[in-house]
Design a protein around this ligand. Sequence first.
Ligand code: CP
Ligand code: NVA
Length: 474
Amino acid sequence: MSLYEKFTEQAQKAIGYAQDEAVRLGASAVDTEHLLLGLVSDVTNSASRLLHELGVSPSRVHAEVRYQLEQATKRRVDEGQVTPRARRALELAYDEARLLGREDIDTEHVLLGLLREGNSMACRVLESLQVNLERARAAVRPSRREATSAPIPVPLRHNPAIAGLRGRDLLSIEDLSSEECSALLQLAADVKKATRAGEELVRWRRPHLLAMVFEKPSLRTRFTFEAAMVHLGGHAIYLSPSEIGLGKRESVPDVARNLERWCQVVMARVFSHQTLVELAQNAQVPVINALSDLEHPCQALADFQTLIEHRGDPEGKHLVFVGDGNNVANSLMLLSAKLGTHFTIACPPGYEPDARITARAREIASDTGSEITITHDPVEAVRTADAIYTDVWASMGQEHEAQQRRQVFLPYQVNAELMKKAQPSAMVMHCLPAHRGEEITDEVIDGPQSVVFDQAENRMHAQKAVLAALVGDW
Ligand code: CP
Ligand code: NVA
């Protein structure tokens, strides 16, 4: 199939008009300005509609082309019917159409091709009318979405690190390579930008279902997974702690074997990490850890997305966790090691992170150049911190230890006094929910260094990236 045959009827018509314009203007070949005039010859096509949305009328395009032609002194040297520059713009139009998940090329793609080619008269005309590639791309997507329900799978299909995650479980940060962690974080950042612009960067072709299995309560995890599924074109079904009775009413393998028949992905928040392992072993569909006694990988991904937003490349940065060596600390330590971030935990003796995970993090760190430090001195730990992170002293399931832990952890409170020992630029992080007045004071969590609600927002974007990557239908 030739390139020309890939153009829609409207686009072929516009190219025909472009030829007429070239003849009318005495040109020996169709150049980009003729293509642009061809696009605006029909006010009903998608390029004209897009330009209209951007405040540009056909008469303004004509006037601007006339002006630019008067200014131009260039001679045409091309012999073919279409100049190489115009040909390149048409090829770029094809590329833009493909990036948007389209097999054919419509007039709006030709417009994008003209802008992408740059350095041409058409591009100068459009730029003087305040239409640049970024604005045009942003405007083209919503109208394209109305026209077709096909997904916009650009970053997934073209990124081998993301494509390789398809069908896999995410029980631990250990399940991801350093490259996959970085790719997911980049995708999460792209997803956030698109979500905020009202676009959908990734969307499944068919509706998908997520089973959300909860043995413990949740605000952020439940809401953000459900929101992410809606954004991706799917639906989430919440199964409350009392509903399933994992391992009591029904065995974990049997629950897995049921769920896999109904849904494309399972997430579970459990007491014992082993429950997740069993779910994953018995379900053909991907299983995602939504918090276990050992890890909280989705939290760690959202936290690093936040760290990167505020501090750039995580490599060589210093993340200091002050408090209990719990599930959140374990995942942060592993992700730090994967990304070359130095990680220090300041905890009371006896509350260090899991020994196997620490050993594994140190092994990974020896490859990435990160340093993993365990100390009992919070004051010393925070001095060189780029980010100071804390979490509750008693995690869900440890409520019976809460009172005793309050005594042990008191010197580890993140308060104004501790913050004075850190750099004034150090960020304050917390996965939430916070026990204000215990592990963190109001003054600090509500203070200018706190990014806790950015972390909460990023749960949604990071999980959307995870769901899109694991459950590939693009
Ligand atoms: N941070 C976090 O996982 O919050 P929830 O317990 O509310 O889900
Ligand atoms: N460590 C805490 C995290 C809550 C999101 C817990 O497990 O309860």
